[in-house]
Design a binder for this molecule. Structure first.
Ligand code: TMP
Length: 397
């Protein structure tokens, strides 16, 4: 049975930054109701009504996976690790974005799948065979006609974006060699509960995975998890190592360990999620209280990182220009635009947080370490960060 446990209210498509806020732009902005459900049979957490992917993954897709130093390092290190552990002869990446992972492979050793045409163009230009399509049964038939089966398939922050997981995993099964390996990583439900990071829910995160849920779902496509890692990326992610049921890999201890940890955390129980939903309401209340108090004291507050996560927070908490002056972001194609739903101006973060800013809300809280390092000047002159994870707090030097 599917049980609704969280209502994050009316939300826009997080990737749709507005170039100006004239009447026709705001009138045409698409909103949907963001609510989250728990499947009591397979333990999967999903959005109750996913947005049509064709509305999301367009040729205007703004996110660039290579934007932060942390992510560039992380993709390089996982590419090297996978190459030395599995020695793949032929690989594929699903959701290759701007090629930050792909670049670590030779051009004839890997193919890319990327439905956003602006991004697919980037990897094509770099010389990688790129399929500008959504990952599905039809695409697999096309790829397998042109290429051989794969030793390694990798996907980061993409599988959780796809509504139909059965078709997705059946297509993976079909594409892998008998001992081929599918490695995918996405935000982790265990971390969302622990960190109270409800902002991991937005239109693109159709599902947030746990090991117990993924194991149940993979079984239906004759696949299994044989290893798993917990990662710091994106505020807590899991990297699943998957093979066919009859493949040569034996199941690593890490799988048993994480399963028992999840059962202890209660990721199989509805009550865990309803309690989480109460904490989310409290977080909203406390954040609004804090921002209103700072406003009363005439403090200048901005937000750091025009993230999809902060779109969820601002729209759920009804935080607009009245409470946040503007948003800083290093991504060129976000700068000068306005955030979805609440229409806050995005300015370049490249020269650091301006002198007159007192507080910066961490829209990119998952990069706190990197941001703190960059913004030493801000902290040294008494500037403070605000975060909502794991609870509302102020961070100073
Ligand atoms: P993400 O959490 O979806 O990867 O988005 C992070 C956003 O934060 C991205 O738009 C880049 C921005 N950002 C900065 O502007 N400055 C920084 O120092 C970091 C780490 C990220």
């Amino acid at each position: 049975m599917k049980k609704k446990f969280l209502n994050l209210l009316k939300q826009p498509i997080t990737n749709s930054y507005l170039s100006s806020i004239n009447k026709s732009n705001t009138k045409n902005e698409y909103f949907y109701n963001l609510s989250v459900i728990f499947n009591t049979q397979n333990f999967l957490v999903s959005l109750s009504k996913p947005v049509d992917p064709k509305k999301q993954y367009t040729d205007k897709y703004a996110h660039r996976a290579s934007q932060s130093f942390t992510m560039r390092q992380s993709f390089k290190s996982v590419a090297n690790k996978l190459k030395s552990r599995f020695r793949p002869n032929f690989s594929m990446e699903i959701g290759s974005n701007d090629g930050v992972f792909l670049k670590n492979f030779k051009k004839n050793k890997i193919v890319a799948v990327e439905p956003c045409l602006n991004l697919a163009k980037i990897t094509k230009k770099l010389g990688y065979k790129t399929y500008p399509n959504f990952w599905n049964r039809k695409l697999v038939n096309k790829i397998l006609k042109e290429k051989s089966n794969f030793d390694l398939i990798y996907s980061a922050n993409t599988i959780s974006h796809i509504p139909n997981l059965k078709e997705t995993f059946d297509a993976i099964y079909k594409s892998l060699n008998d001992n081929g390996v599918f490695v995918f990583e996405d935000p982790y439900m265990g971390s969302v509960i622990k960190m109270n990071s409800y902002d991991q829910f937005y239109d693109e995160h159709v599902h947030i995975f746990s090991l117990i849920a993924i194991s149940n779902i993979l079984k239906k496509s004759k696949l299994k998890v044989f290893d798993v890692e917990l990662l710091q990326t994106h505020g807590g992610s899991t990297r699943f190592y998957v093979c066919k049921e009859n493949a040569k890999y034996s199941i690593n201890k890490s799988v048993k360990n994480l399963k028992s940890k999840e059962l202890k955390q209660g990721l199989h129980k509805l009550s865990t999620y309803t309690k989480f939903a109460s904490r989310v309401k409290k977080s909203k209340y406390e954040l609004l209280e804090l921002l209103k108090e700072l406003k009363k004291k005439s403090k200048k507050v901005v937000s750091y990182g025009a993230t999809y996560k902060s779109a969820t927070i601002f729209n759920y908490c009804n935080i607009g220009n009245d409470l946040i002056n503007y948003v800083l972001d290093s991504t060129k194609n976000k700068q000068g635009k306005f955030t979805p739903g609440k229409h806050i101006l995005i300015k370049p973060s490249n020269n650091g947080i301006p002198e007159d800013v007192d507080y910066a809300f961490l829209g990119a809280w998952n990069f706190l370490k990197e941001i703190k390092k960059k913004e030493q000047k801000f902290l040294k002159r008494g500037g403070k960060f605000i975060t909502h994870v794991p609870k509302i707090k102020i961070i100073s030097l």
